[in-house]
Design a protein around this ligand. Structure first.
Ligand code: PLP
Length: 348
């Protein structure tokens, strides 16, 4: 399988054929040189954002590459992971013909993107431990199944997908496996980006929206082989990561102490919250979590959700998801927010 894998057999033929749009800023990006820039029809008067942003995101790319110890050419940036995931759909799935596989209960965007791209979303439920059912998956995979989405740690359940199961899927699946690692910085397991070389059919996505604390700037990342990244780069809008986002990301990413400390305190607060939830009479189960949220089973999710809203606390009711009947998802906040949540729960 691994030797035979040829990404060019999976990519949509129209995309295999096309050449990327080459923008003015692609041809010349070195603003440090004393040049006169009359190539991009910009307004010449400097206000900090009058120039188009770097379409290659060079500064950000170098930082992320060194931080993640990965080749710069193995990274794609997007306007949030949502854009990155959409580009993956558009590169590999022929509308009305191909299909993808996702494993509910999981992140809702895989289905939304399937629908917007007119690509069938085949769903095979996770088992009771929220792990993939390998046999059931491969019963539903066919020659047109281009992508398989794994979310690890999984949203909304919080657990990591077992390494062995992921290995089995990577070996057996003929299409591209996408591992969504939005919550990996909270997890006890390492990222799969260290194994990209072994798996030419793997794309790992991450984001600055969670542990890095930058949901507002919209920056998502895909890590994969150069061959896969080159395909995605061809179809990405040239200026998909805006200048303010690039500047802010570059500034914040070097502050490793800040977000590492924040991540640690979120994990400490998760432990504290977990202990307090045990004493709440209507909470029946707290699911194990490798993320910055806890999924809990309650007696009546709609009722408890409403009661918390009345006390000024907004959480997520996940009851409509399969296998998640009467579940609520609590994001871990600051210590103070945590205490407010606990107080509210106790007073119900
Ligand atoms: C929050 C989240 C993301 C992040 O999406 P962005 O568009 O990067 O903010 C991606 N995947 C999952 C599973 C998430 O929960």
């Amino acid at each position: 399988m691994e030797q035979q894998f040829d990404i060019n057999k999976l990519v949509r033929p129209n995309i295999a054929k096309m050449k990327a749009y080459s923008s003015a800023r692609d041809e010349f990006t070195d603003f440090d040189k004393d040049m006169v820039f009359l190539d991009a029809n910009e307004n010449p008067f400097d206000n900090g954002v009058n120039r188009y942003p770097d379409p290659q995101q060079g500064a950000l790319r170098r930082l992320i590459a060194s931080q993640k110890e990965i080749n710069e050419d193995c990274i794609l940036f997007g306007n949030g992971s949502d854009e990155v995931l959409d580009l993956i759909f558009r590169a590999f799935c022929i509308p009305g013909k191909d299909n993808v596989m996702s494993l509910p209960p999981t992140y809702g965007m895989y289905k939304v993107l399937s629908n917007t791209n007119d690509v069938e979303n085949r769903e095979v439920l996770l088992n009771e431990d929220f792990q993939p059912d390998i046999e059931a998956i491969f019963k539903h995979v066919d020659a047109h199944t281009k992508l398989l989405f794994l979310c690890s740690p999984n949203n909304p359940t919080g657990n990591l997908i077992e390494e062995e199961k992921i290995e089995m899927i990577l070996k057996r699946f003929h299409g591209v496996v996408v591992i969504d690692e939005a919550y990996i910085d909270f997890a006890t397991a390492p990222s799969w980006i260290t194994r990209l070389e072994k798996h030419p059919n793997l794309i790992v996505t991450q984001t600055l929206s969670k542990a890095y604390g930058m949901a507002g700037i919209r920056l998502g990342m895909a890590f994969a082989s150069i061959a896969i990244i080159d395909i995605l780069k061809k179809i990405k809008p040239p200026y998909n990561v805006n200048g303010l986002t690039q500047q802010k990301a570059v500034k914040h990413i070097t502050k490793t102490d800040v977000y590492n400390n924040e991540t640690n305190s979120i994990l400490v607060n998760k432990g504290i919250l977990c202990k307090s939830l045990v004493d709440i009479f209507f909470i029946e189960k707290i699911y194990p979590s490798d993320a910055n949220f806890l999924l809990v089973k309650v007696d009546d999710a709609n009722k408890r959700y409403q009661q918390l809203i009345e006390k000024g606390i907004v959480i997520r009711n996940r009851s409509t998801q399969p296998l998640c009947e009467n579940t609520l998802r609590f994001t871990i906040g600051t210590s103070q927010e945590n205490e407010q949540l606990i107080e509210a729960l106790k007073s119900i």
